[in-house]
Ligand binder design. Structure first.
Ligand code: ZN
Length: 106
């Protein structure tokens, strides 16, 4: 599968996972809200992702994080970061299986 970046001919190797800590919370991945994006890209384009572009006040991703955070600590989008998830990793495999099992997902 090719990188999802327009015009890129490289093989996709990874997907971004957004990690959002709670306000005043620790920056350990296990303590953050983590959502994998179904955006398969190459290493180069992963490095070029700008998290601010994904977290505009009206963005779907921001809304999804807010839904997950409901009833928990308030998410701190200012300190959010992207973790690289390899497409061959178990973590991504589990994500894809979860997507496939959901109506309208994929
Ligand atoms: Zn690329």
């Amino acid at each position: 599968m090719k990188c999802a970046h327009e015009g890129c001919q490289k093989e996709a190797s990874c997907a971004p996972k957004i990690c959002v800590p709670a306000v005043n919370g620790p920056l350990e991945e296990s303590k953050t809200i983590g959502l994998i994006l179904s955006l398969k890209i190459c290493q180069l384009h992963f490095d070029e992702l700008k998290i601010k572009d994904f977290l505009s006040p009206t963005s779907d991703l921001r809304r999804m994080v807010e839904i997950v955070a409901r009833g928990k600590a308030e998410p701190d989008f200012e300190r959010a970061w992207f973790k690289r998830v390899l497409l061959i990793s178990n973590e991504f495999g589990m994500f894809e299986r979860a997507q496939a099992g959901r109506p309208g997902g994929g």
